[in-house]
Design a protein around this ligand. Sequence first.
Ligand code: ACO
Length: 322
Amino acid sequence: MIYSRITGTGGYLPDNVVTNKDLEKIVDTTEQWIVERTGIHKRHIAREDEYTCDLAEQAARNALDMAGLSPQDIDLIVVATTTADQVFPSTACLLQARLGIHGPAAFDVQAVCTGFVYALSVADQFIKSGSATKTLVVGAETVSRIIDWTDRNTCVLFGDGAGAVVIEASEEPGIISTHLHADGAFEQLLRVPGGISRGYAQLQEGNAYMEMRGNEVFKMAVTTLGRIVDETLAANDMQKSDIDWLIPHQANIRIINATAKKLQTPMDRVVVTVHEHGNTSAASVPLALDVAVRDGRIQRGETLLMEAFGGGFTWGSVLAKF
Ligand code: ACO
């Protein structure tokens, strides 16, 4: 049996930090409201001349360094992003060129906040089928570019960043199972309504920004993430106590607390970065993983449950031995 083993992790956050106090100056909000309702204290926002691929490149190089690989060793690149730099080439192809890699497949996956979980699952299938052996999987976003900075319902929640992993074929586990889902029926609750095929003109009419019915999304996220935990454990005949670390999508501390409670996991076994990063969409899970690997909390051989929920709706999980 071939498994995909995580051999390197990397993260990158733009230097520019925006605090809740900074946001008080631009929308009708308070530091207290943001902290109480979301757990977020600050977020990193890309400079005007800093793009998704710039963030992806730094995170990718950090992951390659940890894996002890050079870019030329990589035979597949999958980038999860909702905020591509260009209509085409894909961010994965732009990243490939930056890294000086020529030839192997490179493509983007778009599943909003669940993007990294989707991308990791896709790369895992390539490795299990023998089509790839050393792959780079990146979640990278400049969510700030699809935010209406006059809308207090959304602008306080998000941040920019990138996270990456290198996964390699191995006889040892590795990724144990992945579980992906989507239901497009809920588009009205969370979306950016404009898009390329509807024409650039309507993008300029204000359709280019995120619209969210936060409270309804919140309730869906809590129930759905509870279900995906059950599904993942049942598929592997595992108990809640078998999970060493929960690495959840970082949207809101209250959603994270609810999932941890469902899993009966104490909060010191849950990786939380939402207070410092905000919601970085597809970057959030790999960034959180990287933080906890680099600060020594996550150790080799431990069992990780990564999960996410986002626009689409999409949701999913990855169960892995680190
Ligand atoms: N500052 C102050 N007040 C605010 C703010 C703000 N920034 N934003 C909203 N409010 C107000 C609302 O207008 C409302 O006022 P009203 O009662 O007078 O109408 C009040 O606060 C309560 O609003 P709710 O929406 O009920 O607040 P809630 O407790 O649900 O928290 C939040 C809102 C933080 C958005 C929460 O619903 C949430 O986290 N939702 C899920 C987000 C998420 O997970 N998204 C999925 C991933 S994102 C992706 O895929 C792109």
